[in-house]
Structure formats: C-alpha cells, structure tokens
Design a protein around this ligand. Structure first.
Ligand code: FEO
Length: 157
C-alpha cells in the first residue's frame, strides 16, 4: 500500500506539471482565463500530492519522491485540445485511485480505504469540470466574442 501511495504522489505531481505546462501554453497565446484555470488546477494537484504525503507521514511511513517523467508542453494554444487531454488524463487518474482502493480492500487496510474516499469523490468533480469546459468550448466554436466571455469566466476561478 505504501509503495502504491508513493507512486500516486508522483502521479499527482506529474498531473500538476501537465496542467502547469497547459497554463504556460495558454498564457503564451494570450488566453488569460484558460491560463489561470490550469494554474489553479496545478495548485490543486499539488494539494492532492501533499494530502497523500501527510497521510503517509501520519502512518509513520516513508515518503519516497521519484523523478517526474517527461510531459507534453504544446497544445498550440488550443483550449479544446487542452481540456480534452485533461479529461483523458483525469479518467486515467480515476483508474489509479480505484486501483488504490482495490489494494486497500485486498490488504484489509480499512483506514486507507476511508482516506481514499475523498479522492474517489474528488475524481467525479475533476472529470465533470473538464467535460463542462469541453461542452462549453464546443458550443462556442469559432465565436470569438463568446470565447472572450468564457475566458473571463475561467479567469475568475
Ligand atoms: Fe489529482 Fe486531477 O486528480
């Protein structure tokens, strides 16, 4: 369980870098709201990672930090591509969290099972947020005025 949680800490930090890279790409194309949204998402992923760090520490387990694998850095300033990539990634993360739950059940580690419930709920929101953005961006299409308004909304996150 400890090993699997350490791997998840790395995965959460990888997610953080992915979203920070999206934020940088959006920013370089003048998409202020999208850049802000993904910067906030970067911060959330680091919170997810540190929540696991705190949990391992509370269980007197060793936290092992591993190198962050390479991540994509270019979406050509296309918010739809970013959010579609983010949704696909979040679905993968949901699978990882489910896998942690399965390990906890198999090891009869009930404390970790309860701790993981927060992440199970969080993943529902993570996927829904990405899907909402995809739906909105598809509706906006090439309408620049509508996109400008939506970008301002994302800037307020
Ligand atoms: Fe840490 Fe986006 O799930």
């Amino acid at each position: 369980m400890q090993e699997a949680i350490n791997a998840q800490i790395n995965a959460e930090m990888w997610s953080a870098y992915l979203y920070l890279a999206m934020s940088m790409d959006a920013s370089s194309h003048g998409l202020r709201g999208v850049a802000n949204w993904f910067k906030k998402q970067y911060e959330e992923e680091m919170e997810h990672a540190f929540k696991f760090v705190g949990y391992l520490q509370s269980q007197l387990c060793r936290v092992e930090l591993a190198p962050i694998a390479e991540f994509p850095t270019c979406w050509d300033g296309c918010p739809l591509k970013m959010f579609e990539n983010a949704l696909a990634h979040e679905k993968k993360v949901t699978g990882m969290i489910n896998n942690l739950c399965a390990i906890a059940a198999e090891e009869k580690d009930y404390a970790t099972g309860i701790f993981l419930q927060w992440y199970v709920t969080e993943q529902i929101e993570e996927e829904a947020n990405c899907q909402d953005a995809i739906d909105a961006l598809k509706m906006i299409g090439e309408d620049k005025a509508a996109f400008f308004m939506y970008d301002s909304q994302l800037a307020a996150r």
